[in-house]
Ligand binder design. Structure first.
Ligand SMILES: Cc1ncc(COP(=O)(O)O)c(C=O)c1O
Length: 376
């Protein structure tokens, strides 16, 4: 068995399901970026028309007073949280499987001196309201910090791309209001949630004081994220953004890609959910004993598999999907590599996105079925 290097072997078909961020700008998007290049201005000097048009468009779409463009969702979330919690020692509540808690190195502690109070996420991405309530600390007793913010994620990545119901978002928002607290929505994949629910994004964002949405999570942009909230919130977030190091000169090319994605990629987002369903169904019906699909229903573009066979790990499965054997090549008629991400010893993630064609889905299914049967 040989480990193939994609760069050195051109006769291997690679299906990259690691993340949405692997998508490359489509020719249409590149063209929009190219055209925008003619009219970009310096954002620092407040002159970039495309960025302003994008910010206004998103503010309207999310029914918020203002919006602000960021290079990444990580920074958009961080600037939002630092804006809600301006003093060191304040506390935020978030889920134990939230991206903010699991994948960002505790940046709110590093840069804001904030405490994180972690509540268990349920399978569906929610946190029990009673458990949230128990964590809220608003008393003036100097032994305790003040809890200022609840963070929710929708769709919920680590919970298998689950769409968190609007009715739940409303309850969290009302709970926060009861204690004079705020809610921040990590809506990196907010558009996936709105697509599945068949609602305007504003139906979801109305139950959050601030929201971050990523243009590189399924919308096919190379870079870009946006936050929205009240005008006062955005004014302060802009100061935080600057302090975090953002001086964007001529970011209009990136905003043009984002504009393009809203017009051309967003309307097709449900196709990614269908592709995820096809892969899920194929794995569920394959005669194999290696993995099970984590969730009863796969709602959006993310599929988590748990490796259940003793002696097989997620890393092994991940590694095997990157390899091509001669026998497999003979049987499948070609060499196929499927790139995934192992999340733990037993967990593996597959993400569908606009860079995956129906042909890619078929090939990914062939490879997955072959490997799962081989390891069974
Ligand atoms: C739920 C969620 N929030 C935020 C982020 C961070 O976005 P970015 O990669 O643009 O920094 C990610 C990235 O994977 C994510 O999955």
């Amino acid at each position: 068995m040989e480990i193939l290097n994609q760069q050195t072997r051109s006769d291997v078909h690679v299906v990259n399901l690691q993340s949405e961020i692997v998508t490359k700008p489509s020719p249409g998007m590149r063209n929009a970026m190219h055209m925008a290049a003619a009219e970009v201005g310096d954002d620092v000097m407040r002159e970039d028309p495309t960025v302003y048009a994008l910010q206004e468009r998103i503010a309207k779409l999310f029914e918020k007073e203002a919006a602000l463009f960021f290079p990444t969702g990580t920074m958009g979330n961080l600037a939002s949280i630092l804006t809600h919690c301006p003093e060191r020692g304040l506390e935020i509540i978030l889920g134990h499987k939230s991206h903010l808690f699991t994948h960002r190195q505790g940046n709110v502690a590093q840069f804001g001196g904030l405490l994180t109070s972690v509540v268990e996420n349920n399978e569906d991405g929610t946190m029990d309201l009673d458990k949230i309530r128990e964590r809220i600390r608003v008393s003036d007793d100097p032994h305790f910090p003040y809890t200022r913010l609840i963070c929710v994620e929708n769709t919920h990545n680590y919970c298998g791309g689950k769409v968190v119901p609007v009715s739940y978002m409303k309850k969290v928002y009302e709970l926060a209001q009861e204690y004079g607290m705020k809610v921040h929505l990590d809506g990196a994949r907010l558009m996936h949630a709105a697509t599945v629910l068949g609602v305007k994004p504003a139906e979801i964002t109305r139950y959050a004081d601030s929201v971050n949405m990523c243009f590189n999570k399924g919308l096919g942009c190379p870079v870009g994220s946006i936050i929205a909230g009240t005008s006062d919130f955005i004014k302060i977030a802009k100061r935080r953004r600057k302090a975090l190091g953002v001086d964007m000169h001529h970011p209009g090319v990136l905003a043009a890609a984002a504009m393009y994605s809203l017009d051309h990629v967003l309307p097709k987002l449900s196709e990614d959910h269908i592709k995820a369903q096809q892969i899920t169904n194929a794995i569920k019906s394959a005669p194999q004993t290696v993995v099970h699909v984590n969730h009863e229903t796969v709602e959006t573009n993310i599929v988590f598999l748990t490796v259940t066979k003793p002696g097989v790990t997620a890393i092994q499965l991940y590694g095997r999907l990157l390899q091509v054997t001669d026998e497999e090549r003979r049987e499948l008629g070609e060499g196929i590599i499927v790139k995934t991400i192992p999340y733990s010893d037993t967990l593996i993630r597959l993400v569908l996105h606009s860079g995956i064609s129906p042909e890619d889905v078929k090939k990914a299914i062939s490879k997955l079925s072959y490997v799962l049967q081989e390891l069974s």
